[in-house]
Design a protein around this ligand. Sequence first.
Ligand code: ZN
Length: 265
Amino acid sequence: MDVTVEKKLQDLWKLQQIDNKLDNLKAVLGELPMEVSDLEDDIAGFETRVNHIQEEITSLDTEVANKKLAIKDFQRLIDKYEDQLNNIKNSREFEAIDKEKEIAGLEILSAEKKIRDFVKQIDAKNEVLTSTKAALESRKADLEFKKAELTEIEKENEEEIQKLNKDRENAAKKLDERYFRAYHRIRENMKNGVAVAPIVRGSCGGCFSKIPPQRHSDIRAHYKIIDCEHCGRIMVDQHVSGIAAFAEVKEEKPTRRKMRLTTAK
Ligand SMILES: [Zn+2]
């Protein structure tokens, strides 16, 4: 039996057990971390909207103020024209100034209409601002609640997670880089995060497909790392996993290849 391969399988299995525990602890958190991050995104979006609406309102307020100043200017002009009109004898000059006064009056009417339009827009924007702010506040309250919940659960498991992360670091150190990478590659492809699977009742403990007897005995021989033909998970036998494969499995005679490898040692 190849001790190095067996040792590698044991180290891989150990790493898998640690990751299983970490995965279970993460599962306890469930959707919470995702919900918290979604809420944070929502809040950032609403805050941007609120700022944007406020800027629009400020710029409309400025427009209104400018129009009011313009009206005052035209009013002053009209007052000046009226003074002039009172002192004019020439009828042509009178008509010209009266025309100017009329134009100033029209300018005031137009500015007043503009102000009414701006005020309408400001009212509408204020309404949107109020509802956006309400939505923002409600998201903030949700976030606070979810964050507190998440912190509480994390706190409960903090010690265990720290210990497992330390164990994981140690287990990873024992594996050579190539196996560690392979383990991760397989694990990333598996929905349940299981890269190293035990043999369970003659089947792959990961995908539950039957393992042919020859492959089964190859796995038990520990002469090389063998994956499941169907799912690609690294297979470990009872000797490594401590999980009984199946009692009724026939003991296979060592194959020629295996005998060669065994004697070559
Ligand atoms: Zn499989």
